[in-house]
Design a protein around this ligand. Structure first.
Ligand code: EPZ
Length: 420
């Protein structure tokens, strides 16, 4: 086990490169199951979640390697169609193999993903989507069993916008017989990247980036080379770090078009932004203004930035209301931030954050990926030393985070810890 030791109060400045998008990689990789051959996906991040998906795909018979940012996936020998609990319980995105396996092989046995740190994460929309396409779906001792001789195109309308269910149904529909129309489709850039790769593989998809996606099934697809998009949540996390810890930070290799909701909220805090096509430079305000946010599906303010925003508002000059309309219980970071001296009240899915003059370093516990990010951000500005335990949560979604932060002047190091 490892923990981070952070000595707070250092101003951040300089340049940091954003890595490839975790939540795009986790969709692009299983999409390779739809065609036999060798895929090369560039700008792939070296993350725990990516290696978990690699291990899962290897149990299915795929060959996967990552050298630098270039991932090679060989799907010629895929011959097993079961995603075991041991791997699925580590990462909910494992459910993404359901659509491709069902579509290409007519059978998939995928463990139900457990909950996560902040509560139940249902997959009903995924299963209903597969049934709409003609699959027979049953649950048997914790496993989803899905069978279909040949999927048939259908109208699949989601009551709520779901990134994962949209991706799964897209991957199921591309080899189905006939036309599939997905209503209320997710607009997230990661889903658009998935659609673009599927089109490059030979799929017929119209309406990417709108809430109605139409897919004409084709007989087969072919392997491709593809370049992953930048990680907008990693980029956003570094921008918030820059706004909180003073100084001027340039976030490079990002796509500012994916960050518009966050950028306008950052400007309201008083930060000064200089946006170019592939990077954002942020100058921290002397004092952070309190700014309310309410998360919503893309292009709204991302729920994956909610914890980081609360960390920043804990040092604002007033009181800010942070509402999560996507996950009502994604606030495990709040009691830990309170240990650092933050003043935050939670009522259902609303956090009222009263800015305090200073935070004081303490020992805090990571509970999930974005919660850990918020604790690190708070540690960067807290007086004294903050110890963030269970940093494996960070390693799931942030590539070399302490190296990147040290490159900006932060005093952070990863040390061995026998504390669980
Ligand atoms: C994706 O999860 C992301 N993960 C999450 O990022 C992100 O928080 C989430 O989208 C929302 O933006 C990946 O892309 C791998 P959803 P996903 O289906 O697809 C409900 C991170 O930190 N829902 O869009 O699982 C669900 O409970 C991770 O990188 C159902 O009710 O999210 C939620 O309230 C955390 N039934 C809402 O929909 C379903 O079948 C949106 O969830 C599916 C979802």
């Amino acid at each position: 086990m490892y923990k981070f030791l952070i000595n707070g109060g250092k101003k951040l400045s300089g340049k940091v490169d954003v890595s490839g998008a975790k939540n795009a990689s986790l969709a692009l990789m299983p999409a390779a199951l739809l065609a036999p051959g060798v895929f090369k996906i560039d700008n792939t991040p070296d993350l725990m979640d990516v290696s978990t998906m690699s291990r899962l795909m290897e149990t299915l018979g795929a060959g996967i390697s990552l050298s630098g940012r270039l991932q090679t996936i060989d799907t010629v020998h895929v011959s097993n169609f079961e995603a075991p609990y041991e791997l699925v319980k580590k990462m909910r995105a494992s459910i993404y193999v359901l659509g491709p396996l069902l579509s290409r092989y007519g059978y998939a046995k995928v463990s139900m993903p457990g909950g996560c740190a902040w509560g139940p994460r249902p997959v009903n929309l995924h299963l209903e989507g597969m049934e709409k396409l003609g699959a027979e779906v049953s649950l048997d001792s914790g496993y989803i069993i899905a069978k279909a001789k040949k999927l048939k195109g259908a109208r699949v309308n989601f009551d709520i916008s779901s990134v994962g269910a949209t991706g799964n149904v897209m991957m199921a529909a591309v080899l189905a017989e006939g036309t599939t129309v997905i209503g209320n489709a997710a607009l997230e850039p990661e889903i658009i990247a998935l659609g673009e790769m599927l089109i490059k593989m030979g799929a017929h998809i119209e309406g990417l980036g709108t809430s109605t996606v139409t897919i004409e099934g084709v007989a087969d697809l072919h392997p491709v080379d593809f370049v992953n998009i930048p990680d907008r949540i990693e980029a956003g996390t570094f921008l918030v770090a820059g706004a909180m810890a003073g100084g001027t930070v340039t976030v490079d290799r990002c796509d500012p078009r994916h960050l518009s909701a966050l950028l306008s909220k950052l400007e309201e805090t008083g930060a000064r932004l200089d946006v170019s096509s592939g990077s954002v430079r942020i100058e921290a305000p002397d004092h952070v203004n309190p700014v309310d946010v309410s998360t919503s599906p893309y292009p709204g303010f991302p729920t994956d930035m909610q914890a980081q925003w609360i960390a920043m508002m804990s040092r604002s000059t007033g009181s800010a209301v942070v509402t999560d309309t996507i996950y009502f219980d994604r606030f495990k970071h709040v009691p830990e931030l309170v240990r650092l001296g933050a003043d935050i009240e939670i009522k259902e899915n609303v956090a009222v954050v009263k800015g305090v003059a200073s935070l004081k370093g303490a020992k805090v516990m990571s509970t999930d990926l974005r919660a850990s990010a918020s604790l690190i951000l708070a540690g960067l500005v807290a007086e004294g030393t903050t110890e963030v335990l269970r940093v494996y949560h960070m390693d799931r979604g942030y590539e070399h985070i302490e190296k990147k932060l040290r490159g900006l002047g932060a005093d952070i190091e990863r040390v061995q810890s026998d504390e669980f």
